[in-house]
Design a protein around this ligand. Structure first.
Ligand code: NAD
Ligand code: AKB
Length: 318
């Protein structure tokens, strides 16, 4: 069996930075090639090989795959929901064009596996909001959500038509302290922790009772690697799996932080991201992922809050 040589696209982002480090621990530093259109951050620079790649540049992608003998890709390069609404055409071009480049490359070069993340953004205002099932009406109202929904259909198509082993998760909002999030609607749930430590106050861009599905980054990375390691016959969904850990509102995360930092204060000033949040589910039914590949989360709001607040002071100092 050939050893795994992995390329990560968009690896300077919130997920890629941590995924690269985790995969390097298990596969070996030189077997995980990080890439992004941006300069690498300190964590990535220090931890292994890095290549500058624009996901829309097919030739560079081919060159890097050939240079390292890459046989798996984690394709994370994307524009997120809030950034996408500011530049819809660019979001479509990067999200859709990038995914099709990766799927074509994987098919042509007969790569072993591809991971590509979808999002709760595939759901829209007409989707049932509570315990949203795996199979349900999806009518996204953002360009980001439209690109994720079309992407899911393409992933399923490449699996059915060409036998490409492509696997996907609909991530909820992800919370982490190592890298700041990159322009999403759920970003408040990261910002609030940093502001609680730095300023002891936070102005939230969503209303206090806006409930959304969320997950701590440790769980997200572990779940992603578990999905990629699962035997192919266990994967019944080739579009994208519902995937969640918890759901909370800004008021609830505020209360959890206040229990640790009593002087912390919050105020609310909803902006254009409120409409995006209102179009997404409040909670997700991920029982298919739990049954198929034994997905289980470990962090709830209280456990995550303690971990965030104990780690952010060091990460601000870096
Ligand atoms: P991020 O914004 O933090 O990182 C994305 C990275 O893509 C950035 O480093 C950016 O420089 C890079 N990029 C943008 N355009 C590029 C291009 N043309 N070529 C190469 N790289 C380019 O995003 P993230 O939070 O790490 O998300 C990664 C993936 O996970 C995305 O597909 C996103 O939609 C998905 N996702 C994330 C979340 C979340 O809460 N973080 C939730 C659901 C889905
Ligand atoms: C965003 O808010 O855009 C992302 C996501 C849930 O896809 N965090």
């Amino acid at each position: 069996m050939s050893k795994d040589i992995v390329l990560i696209t968009g690896s300077c982002g919130q997920i890629g930075t941590e995924l690269a480090v985790k995969l390097r621990e298990s596969l070996g530093v030189d077997n995980v090639i990080a890439s992004d259109i941006r300069e690498p951050n300190e964590i990535l620079k220090a931890s292994g090989p890095f290549e500058s790649i624009d996901i829309l540049d097919k030739a560079s992608l081919h060159d890097v795959v050939a240079k390292y003998g890459v046989n798996q890709i984690y394709h994370l390069a994307s524009l997120l929901s809030a950034t996408g609404e500011k530049n819809p055409k660019l979001a479509w071009e990067v999200n859709m064009g990038g995914l099709l480049n990766i799927l074509d490359l994987a098919k042509e070069q007969k790569l072993n596996k591809v991971f590509w993340p979808s999002s709760i953004a595939v759901f829209g205002p007409n989707t049932p909001k509570v315990n949203t099932p795996q199979e349900v009406i999806t009518e996204p109202s953002t360009v980001y959500g439209i690109s994720k929904l079309a992407g899911e259909r393409w992933c399923d198509y490449y699996f059915q038509k060409y036998g490409l082993d492509v696997r996907s998760i609909r991530y909820p909002g992800l919370i982490s302290y190592k890298t700041l999030p990159g322009g999403g609607t759920t970003d408040y749930a990261v910002d609030i922790y940093f502001k609680a430590i730095k300023d002891k106050k936070y102005e939230c861009f969503l209303k206090e009772d806006t409930r959304m599905p969320m997950m701590y980054m440790d769980d997200a990375i572990r779940g992603t690697i578990d999905l990629m390691d699962a035997p192919s016959e266990k994967i019944s969904i080739r579009s994208s799996y519902n995937f969640t850990a918890m759901s909370f509102t800004p008021e609830e995360v505020y209360a959890a932080i206040k229990a640790e930092i009593p002087e912390f204060r919050i105020s609310y000033k909803p902006d254009f991201r409120q409409a995006i949040a209102d179009s997404w589910p409040q909670s997700i039914d991920d029982s298919v992922a739990r049954a198929d590949w034994n997905w289980q989360h470990e962090f709830d709001l209280a456990k995550m809050t303690k971990d965030m607040l104990s780690n952010i002071p060091q990460s601000i100092l870096i």
